[in-house]
Design a protein around this ligand. Structure first.
Ligand code: ZN
Length: 572
């Protein structure tokens, strides 16, 4: 008989490794996309209660660090990944939730369970658009021929091992009105969107360098759409790390955080195209704080066409007008103090400083994609970093009792037969505002275009263009602001005088608008003066030189003001 008394129980080598604390660092990669994934992982892992799972988690500007045993780290990463898929990938529209068209057999509870169909939308949809797969298991239906109303038809029935359920299955189908649409019956779990991911916290033999982060790694996979979508067509995005190996392989960490990108993204979908926004900063801590602030504009859209609240009305479809509404929603919800009066919003300067300036500047990355067959292709990537200017502009405009919502409505061209063309002009106007350039020429064109054969209210865009152009010129030249005032005042006088003549008066306005040279313009004004007895302001003659050098702009302001006054006075 062998005695065991003196035998020491040695831990197995595997056990030693498993109990040792590991440190996994996801470094900041200074790319809006990958850093968004990093913030996404941080936010979700935090919600999953990393400390309860005995993992220490720490975010600094340099990166995100996890400390724990191999098992605990793996468990936290798996749990976070499940939560991510559930919250961002397997989404159902309101209709799908109501219909609950999917079903599976629950073997433990011994019953059939309905569930809503799922799809991935938004940023998640761009990363992974494949159909849902089973989460547990499934069995193939048998196909038999049955006689129904004298005809032989094929019918899917449960396979022999489940045939004892057939009667209950038939009544489940007839009670719910559901149809068998697949070749298999799901068992013990619904379908879900499940992009594959590698979680390999334990270090092993190095296999090469990662194409994205440049680190040597023991676990590399081929780069693909789910790691780096929109890889085609925008080489600038592709080649931000030149230390990567070839052919392009990525480490498990980059592949993993790449799936968490949707968490930090906002999106809106229409006309088969996506507009997507990521906030980005050179400080990760700041990105994390901004993420929390920006949650306030998130909404659950019943159709999953967007994930933020639009505070500017409807019909926004093109990239710049969409970005404009996105930033306006942030301004109203996050950057201003809450009041009930639309025009009495106080800019919250402390918040503005926190969000946009403190620690490191905040930028927004805008991505516009368009459908190419079944996939979406990146069309434009554009960083926007002038949000301080824009938020202050919004505030200034609304403090002057001008409703931006009405301005945006006033820029729709309802005369365009095709829907997608109705906001073409508005998109260009928004682009110019975002890029701090003049819009008076466009507004003048639009105002006369929409008033050609009918009367359309232009007061909001009239008020807006005057305030906006004055802000643009502020600091450059006070004289320009005076010129705007003179032009507007002259326009008002003219509009007022010709209003009583109705259509004839409108004809005179269009004639005045047609003049190309300063002297022709003045001649036409003289004619109107004589015809209608208008009193043209003496300022015009006093500012003769400025009038000539700024003639085009002067005329544009004058015409907008004239048309606006004409519309108001000729109402009855
Ligand atoms: Zn990597």
């Amino acid at each position: 008989m062998i005695k065991f008394e003196n035998l020491k129980v040695m831990p197995m080598p595997n056990q030693i490794n498993k109990d040792r604390s590991l440190e996994i660092i996801f470094p900041k990669l200074s790319h809006f996309r990958m850093d968004s994934g990093l913030i996404g992982l941080y936010k979700i892992a935090k919600k999953e209660n990393s400390s309860e799972m005995e993992v220490e988690m720490h975010l600094t500007d340099e990166g995100l660090t996890f400390k724990g045993t191999e098992d605990n780290l793996t468990a936290l990463f798996n749990k976070s990944y499940e939560a991510l898929l559930d919250q961002y990938y397997s989404k159902s529209t309101e209709k799908q939730k109501q219909k609950k068209e999917g079903f599976y057999y629950d073997s433990k509870e011994d019953k059939f369970v309905r569930f809503p169909k799922v799809k991935s939308m938004g940023v998640a949809g761009l990363i992974f658009s494949k159909p849902p797969r089973m989460t547990a298991k499934q069995v193939k239906y048998d196909v038999i021929e049955v006689n129904e109303a004298g005809k032989k038809i094929k019918k899917k029935v449960l396979p022999p091992e489940y045939s004892h359920l057939q009667d209950r299955f038939d009544s489940f189908l007839s009670e719910t009105g559901l149809k068998i649409s697949a070749n298999n019956l799901l068992i013990d779990g619904p379908n879900a969107i499940q992009p594959q991911v590698e979680i390999k916290v334990k270090k092993g033999k190095e296999r090469g360098k990662c194409f994205i982060c440049g680190e040597a790694s023991h676990s590399l996979t081929d780069i693909g759409g789910t790691v780096y979508p929109m890889i085609t067509g925008s080489s600038g995005v592709l080649s931000f790390n030149s230390n990567g190996g070839s052919p392009e392989k990525v480490c498990w960490k980059c592949g993993f955080i790449g799936k968490f990108v949707p968490v930090n993204g906002f999106y809106v979908y229409n006309n088969e195209s996506y507009n997507i926004y990521f906030s980005y900063s050179s400080s990760l801590v700041k990105m994390s704080e901004v993420y929390d602030d920006f949650q306030a504009i998130k909404v659950d859209d019943p159709n999953l066409f967007k994930n933020f609240e639009n505070k500017l009305g409807g019909f926004f479809q093109r990239p710049f007008e969409q970005l404009f509404t996105f930033l306006y929603s942030l301004y109203r919800t996050v950057i201003s103090k809450k009041t009930t009066d639309e025009f009495d919003l106080e800019l919250d300067f402390e918040k503005l400083f926190d969000v946009v300036i403190s620690k490191a500047p905040l930028e927004f990355y805008t991505i516009n994609t368009t459908a190419l067959g079944d996939t979406q292709m990146g069309k434009m990537i554009w960083p926007f970093n002038d949000s301080v200017y824009l938020f202050r502009l919004f505030n200034h405009i609304e403090k002057n009792q001008i409703s931006l919502k009405e301005v945006m409505e006033g820029l729709i061209d309802y005369d365009q037969p095709k829907n997608e063309n109705k906001t073409m002009m508005r998109n260009v106007v928004c682009e110019r505002i975002l890029k701090k350039s003049s819009i008076v020429e466009l507004i003048e064109q639009h105002a006369f275009h929409v008033n050609k054969s009918k009367k359309q209210y232009i007061k909001p865009i009239h008020d807006f263009v005057i305030e906006y152009e004055k802000i643009l010129k502020d600091g450059n030249d006070k004289l320009d602001q005076a010129i705007i005032d003179t032009a507007v005042s002259l326009g008002k006088t003219i509009g007022f005088s010709v209003a009583s003549a109705g259509r004839k008066g409108k004809g005179d306005l269009f004639r005045l608008r047609k003049t190309r040279k300063p002297e022709d313009f003045l001649n036409e004004i003289n004619r109107i003066q004589i015809k209608y007895g208008a009193l043209v302001t003496a300022d015009l003659y006093g500012n003769g030189q400025e009038f000539e050098t700024n003639f085009q702009e002067f005329k544009q302001f004058c015409m907008i003001a004239a048309l606006n006054t004409f519309n108001a006075k000729s109402q009855n």
